[in-house]
Design a protein around this ligand. Structure first.
Ligand SMILES: Nc1ncnc2c1ncn2[C@@H]1O[C@H](COP(=O)(O)OP(=O)(O)OP(=O)(O)O)[C@@H](O)[C@H]1O
Ligand SMILES: [Mg+2]
Length: 398
């Protein structure tokens, strides 16, 4: 035992020593430099029997290395008269693994003056630590549960939005078809009457100009009503296993003169190998034509039109991507698509995308798009995904 500790030890009164030793909590008594002068019985119960020569050692030596700086600091503060609570440490034990403890430091002054000591209380915090760990684990578990729940909710919301969109589309298409049907007969009567009137007017008659305008406009109305009836009509799908690239080539061929006139370059990136898809090829032509027309119309001053296909036999999915470098679709317009009759074009009916969406729905596929309105990546990509083969070859839908 160092000289100073021995001296202080001598100064502990016998009654003080007996009291501290028997104190129910684990305590140690140190001199102001932290040398151990006394260890209570309760501390021995907690940490096991201390080796010979523990008295006189520095208090920090009873605890795991990493906590020693904090103990030194607390000791210094306590020696200066401050009460220090809740210093976390791990108490070394004669039995094996260290025990998590919470330490308290306070200066013990005698009423009659003289020597001062620091009393260090040692509280076993194993249970607290276990609880804290448990709490941490529960917290991180509940956080990941919350994240899963949030993800599931997002998926549900997307599915619900999709359902609502499809239902609206179906209802509006039926309504449009029935209104168009009602308009058709009176329109046919107007047409017949105006054609009759037209035929009665002599070739140079001033009113012939007006009757021919009426005939043209009625024809236009008739075309629109035909489209509407077509749009709302339940369709009998004719599934056939055929090369889908042939459809794309045909539609591109028809659009070729428009591309040349507008300075649109066409790039084909077709999947190599079998490109047979079991689908209604007539309806697919309609989809390709709608999407290619939109793409070409978005590039009045030229650009690049890329048609890409991929076939994944593993997932039984054919992907057709149509990309333009045109004006792009602004966010407010994107939010409206594919709403029937929504158009930003003069003379557009706003049915191209809605019809395409219905056809793809009937094929149990998906039609999605991404679009950029500014910068080097400006343009739009429409992506169609449809099954390559079907469980049944013929299926009707409406
Ligand atoms: N590739 C595209 N680039 C930019 N805008 C597009 C593109 N495709 C669609 N749009 C926007 O979506 C709107 C709706 O397209 P949709 O094909 O349904 O109707 P439309 O082309 O206006 O008329 P139509 O019935 O003659 O096809 C368009 O008016 C246009 O604003
Ligand atoms: Mg269109």
């Amino acid at each position: 035992m160092p000289q100073a500790a021995e001296q202080f030890a001598l100064e502990i009164h016998a009654d003080e020593e007996a009291f501290l030793k028997a104190f129910p909590g684990a305590v140690e008594l140190c001199d102001l430099q932290g040398h151990i002068l006394l260890i209570s019985n309760a501390f021995t119960d907690l940490a096991g029997k201390q080796p010979e020569g523990t008295l006189g050692k520095h208090i920090a030596e009873l605890f795991a290395q990493e906590f020693r700086p904090a103990i030194d600091e607390a000791m210094a503060k306590a020696a200066a008269g401050r009460k220090i609570k809740d210093v976390r440490a791990a108490c070394l034990t004669s039995r094996g693994a260290p025990i998590p403890v919470s330490l308290g430091f306070s200066l013990l002054e005698r009423a009659e003056g003289g020597a001062e000591f620091v009393v260090v209380s040692v509280r076993d915090s194993t249970k607290e630590q276990q609880l804290a760990e448990e709490l941490n684990r529960t917290q991180s578990e509940s956080e990941s549960l919350l994240a899963e729940l949030d993800e599931a909710y997002q998926r549900l919301k997307e599915a619900q939005d999709d359902l609502v969109r499809r239902e609206r589309l179906a209802v509006s298409s039926e309504m449009a078809a029935s209104v168009a049907h009602e308009i058709r007969n009176p329109l046919a009567i107007i047409m017949m009457s105006i054609q009759y009137l037209h035929s009665k007017l002599s070739p140079g008659h001033a009113l012939r100009e007006f009757t021919s305008v009426i005939v043209n406009k009625v024809k236009q109305l008739d075309e629109i009503t035909t489209q509407l009836i077509d749009y709302g009509r339940p369709r009998e799908l004719k599934f056939e296993a055929r090369d889908l690239h042939q459809n794309l080539n045909q539609v591109l061929c028809l659009a070729n003169s428009k591309c040349v006139a507008q300075g649109v370059k066409v790039i084909k990136r077709y999947h190599r190998g079998s490109s047979k898809v079991t689908c209604d090829h007539g309806l697919m032509d309609e989809v390709f034509s709608n999407l290619l027309m939109n793409a070409i119309q978005s590039m009045p001053k030229g650009g690049v039109l890329t048609v890409e296909t991929q076939y994944d036999q593993r997932t039984n999915q054919a992907t057709i991507r149509i990309t333009d470098t045109g004006c792009g679709i602004p966010k407010n317009v994107q939010a409206q698509l594919p709403k029937p009759f929504f158009t930003t074009k003069r003379g557009g009916t706003g049915l191209g995308l809605a019809i395409s969406q219905r056809i793809i729905d009937h094929h149990q596929g998906s039609l999605t798009f991404t679009s950029v309105t500014q910068g080097a990546k400006r343009g739009t990509t429409f992506t169609i995904k449809i099954p390559i083969t079907r469980p049944q070859e013929n299926r009707s839908s409406g």
